[in-house]
Design a protein around this ligand. Structure first.
Ligand code: C5J
Length: 233
């Protein structure tokens, strides 16, 4: 069953059996006050605003029997996977690994590392910890997608111009067709988000496609879901 979304720069078609919903870094450290994002001086309320949209898309995807991959940006407690070039950026007062209001900043297993409860993974969904901005770097994502015969990715999450865009560029170079849900992604800098959306879909989808969640949900609604197929068989 092929689903077609009215997207930019042109329609995006996919088979849900070969498509994963990839949700990037919807972690307390980025979305909630007191986390890594806030420690850098960012207004996290911008990111909180997309949570209901992400919930709607996630629920619709699950209802269709679609596979979901969640990522978390985080490091090992000994910081052995955090190069100095990353460690030494940001606020000198609160660095990766320092004690913050939600535990050690951006460290695996700390409260801030968790995916926000509204989008918590369920059984059968893959959760990937990534030390970099891109979800393919130093992770098992590539192998996991290959095993599942995934060819297309629907992408949501934060932040648009950092981990989301990096991941989409990595995926594009690996041959995946990627659709970014416009209102399912956000940046601490609205102008950066807008520029990223335009960069992604420029020059005939040079990195991928973008579409509002309403277009994706409308397309999913007109697809025949696996449970419906099973009932009519
Ligand atoms: C950042 C991310 N912005 N998940 N991480 O440092 O985009």
């Amino acid at each position: 069953m092929i689903t077609t979304v009215h997207a930019q720069p042109f329609d995006f078609s996919f088979n849900i059996r070969h498509t994963a919903l990839l949700i990037i870094d919807m972690q307390r450290d980025f979305v909630e006050p007191g986390g890594f994002g806030a420690s850098l001086g960012n207004d996290v309320s911008l990111l909180q605003a997309i949570v209901p949209t992400c919930q709607r898309v996630l629920q619709a995807w699950r209802d269709m029997g679609g596979w979901v991959v969640h990522t978390r940006e985080a490091h090992r407690p000994d910081l052995s996977d955090c190069p100095p070039a990353k460690l030494n950026r940001g606020s000198p007062m609160l660095r990766i690994g320092d004690a913050g209001p939600m535990g050690r900043i951006l460290i695996r297993g700390e409260p801030g590392h968790a995916i926000i409860p509204e989008l918590a993974p369920i059984e059968g969904e893959l959760v990937i910890d990534k030390p970099g901005k891109g979800a393919f770097y130093a992770t098992c994502l590539s192998e996991a997608l290959t095993v599942r015969e995934i060819t297309h990715l629907i992408v949501m999450g934060v932040t648009t111009e950092v981990c989301v865009q990096t991941t989409m560029r990595e995926a594009n170079d690996r041959g995946y067709d990627c659709l970014l849900v416009e209102d399912g992604t956000e940046s601490y800098f609205p102008a950066f988000k807008q520029a990223t959306l335009e960069m992604i879909r420029a020059q005939g989808a040079i990195v991928g496609w973008t579409a509002p969640s309403a277009a994706l949900l409308a397309a999913l609604d007109t697809s025949v879901s696996p449970p419906a197929l099973a009932r009519s068989a």
